[in-house]
Design a protein around this ligand. Structure first.
Ligand SMILES: CC(C)(COP(=O)(O)OP(=O)(O)OC[C@H]1O[C@@H](n2cnc3c(N)ncnc32)[C@H](O)[C@@H]1OP(=O)(O)O)[C@@H](O)C(=O)NCCC(=O)NCCS
Length: 144
């Protein structure tokens, strides 16, 4: 049984969130450690999936007026392909909508773009590099 909670940077859950992101982005994907945590973490809303007291999934939301940006989407390797990512993204859309956002944008790693497409996101623009990983911007209009 897992639950999703919405927290800010000062929450006691955050060290476990950063530990999961470190495992996924730095260890698994080779993102430079100094780029993984940034100033946006201080102002973002973090969604956290907790299962049996363990953090197994996370993403962050940054709201800029009518546009919300999702980033740092990570599910622990042992919990993937079990619907956790989809649940997190659906929760994020509800959270963003509640805060007045009309659309969500995100930079998708090319290896994850099919995951986002299945959730209704469409690609736009050219492929770009972020932290050594090819990405493409994706966007979804939120239903009112
Ligand atoms: C991408 C990621 C978040 C997906 O999380 P997940 O919990 O495994 O996803 P879900 O089980 O909810 O998958 C939802 C659907 O997308 C599909 N899917 C998941 N990851 C996919 C991928 N990389 N490529 C294609 N399809 C994918 C699932 O099969 C499922 O399909 P369905 O609708 O037919 O059931 C996870 O694999 C992850 O953390 N990867 C490492 C970090 C990463 O790449 N983050 C994205 C940065 S942009």
């Amino acid at each position: 049984m897992s639950t999703i909670v919405e927290v800010q940077a000062t929450d006691p859950l955050m060290p476990a969130v950063y530990a999961l992101r470190h495992d996924v982005f730095v260890v698994e994907q080779g993102v430079p450690e100094e780029l993984e945590v940034d100033d946006d973490d201080k102002v973002a809303t973090h969604l956290v999936v907790v299962s049996d007291g363990r953090v197994i999934g996370t993403l962050r939301i940054l709201c800029h007026g009518r546009t919300a940006k999702i980033g740092r989407m990570a599910v622990s390797a042992s919990s993937r392909k079990d619907g956790i990512g989809r649940q997190l993204m659906e929760f994020a859309a509800t959270t963003a909508s509640r805060r007045g956002a009309e659309e969500i944008i995100l930079g998708a790693q090319l290896t994850a773009r099919e995951f986002y497409k299945r959730l209704g996101y469409t690609e736009e623009g050219a492929v770009f590099d972020d932290a050594g990983i090819p990405h493409v911007m994706m966007r979804k209009t939120l239903q009112r």
